[in-house]
Design a protein around this ligand. Structure first.
Ligand code: PLP
Length: 395
């Protein structure tokens, strides 16, 4: 008899986005004349930059000609892209070599799969609220999971507790869902904690391109000591609108050794067994992101989202609603006004001003009473949604 992985039965059904869709669709059906505005989406809406599209087309053309045709790509990605990414890291002071970078089809795959190379006996530490992939992938593997509380009191930046023993630590900064970011000093505390425990930090930098403040590191490799304890994952999904195109990268320092084993080599062994690389045109498109013109063009889109975030944040300020995020992040994480619960506030917004957001409790117990808005919508709708917020909530 084929037995299944019983750990899957320990997964909590994550109905968050299904429940949001159900409630929203019911509302639309009952109120076809009302103009709904969606500020719940975590997906981008602006198109790819022109240089990116051109590079992808050129890559396709090359595949159609015998002399430039390419078959299987290198498992870790073409050198031209890894060198471009390495140059990008150097531009903000992180020393990451091209041969420490592994190109993938987006950060979710590696964030979910990295556990393959670690023992099931490891204790995992995640922050709460949390991006659910870290939790669910470790439940699937049967690992014990501990939670570090992120809350209003610590500005949603959970910090290490020396009395808590952990082996694998997942950190995300700028954070999804809270938009909170670790400062250099805070990240150094995590690095020191991880090194003292011989633990590994799995650092998700998917939103690093939204950082503008100097004291917020864009990479954990800006922090002294990180090369002996950290793996970083990043993505072009939010940086350059690649959510549908699919390309990201993982960084593993060559000297990272845990439990007497070289981690780059171990991951490479896993990668070459279960993954056959990212398509050539997509890697060409990704490399275009890191050119001078590419950086200029993607920044136009990021600025657009950041301006949306500012419009939302300014409205919260005006209404006296507490929030984190919105400065170095596309997310605004707000405290539901008048003591409302997350789902209560969801219904209140939907039924009164036809605005859809994301209830915070879908991301963990500390999300109760909190709510996520995103800046990935279009400008006109963001402005209109905020006008509606003011009309509804102004005393
Ligand atoms: N990490 C975080 C924190 C995210 O929020 C997301 C997507 O929303 C991802 C990773 C996955 O991104 P990708 O599209 O690169 O798989």
């Amino acid at each position: 008899m084929a037995k299944v992985n019983q750990n899957f039965s320990n997964l909590v059904p994550n109905y968050l986005f299904a429940d949001i869709a159900k409630k929203t669709n019911e509302f639309i059906k009952a109120n076809p004349d009302k103009k709904l505005i969606r500020l719940g989406i975590g997906d981008v809406t602006l198109p790819l930059a022109p240089v990116v599209v051109e590079a992808m087309k050129k890559g396709c053309d090359e595949l159609g000609v015998k002399e430039t045709f390419k078959g299987y790509p290198d498992y870790e990605g073409y050198a031209f892209l890894r060198e471009a990414i390495s140059g990008y890291y150097k531009s903000f002071g992180a020393d990451v070599a091209a041969d420490e970078i592994l190109v993938n089809d987006g950060a979710k795959s590696d964030a979910g799969n990295i556990g393959d190379i670690f023992s099931e006996d490891n204790t995992v530490l995640v922050t709460d609220p949390v991006y659910p992939v870290y939790v669910d992938s470790n439940i699937m593997a049967g690992r014990k999971i501990l939670y570090a509380d992120a809350s209003e009191e610590n500005g949603f930046c959970a910090m290490p507790d020396k009395n808590v023993k952990a082996d694998m630590i997942y950190l995300c900064s700028p954070n999804n869902p809270t938009g909170a970011c670790y400062t250099r000093q805070q990240l150094k505390e995590w690095v020191d904690y991880a090194n003292s425990m011989n633990a590994v930090i799995i650092y998700d930098a998917a939103y690093e391109a939204f950082i503008t403040e100097d004291d917020v590191p864009r990479s954990i490799f800006e922090i002294e000591g990180a090369r002996t304890c950290a793996i970083e994952m990043c993505s072009l999904s939010k940086t350059a609108g690649f959510t549908g195109t699919r390309c990201g990268y993982t960084v593993i320092p060559k000297e990272l050794e845990l439990d007497g084993t070289n981690i780059y080599k171990l991951w490479y062994r896993r990668l070459s067994t279960k993954f056959n690389g990212v398509s050539y045109p997509v890697q060409c498109a990704a490399a275009a992101v890191f050119t001078e013109e590419g950086q200029k063009q993607i920044k136009v889109n990021i600025s657009y989202y950041k301006e949306n975030a500012k419009i939302i944040a300014d409205t919260m300020d005006e209404l006296g609603i507490k929030y984190t995020g919105g400065i170095n992040s596309p997310y605004i994480w707000l405290k539901c006004p008048n003591g409302m619960g997350s789902w209560e506030f969801f219904d209140y917004l939907l039924n009164n001003i036809y605005v859809v957001g994301t209830p915070g409790e879908g991301f963990g117990k500390n999300g109760k009473g909190w709510f996520r808005l995103t800046s990935f919508g279009d400008r006109e709708n963001t402005v209109e949604a905020m006008e509606r917020f003011k009309n509804l909530l102004k005393k």
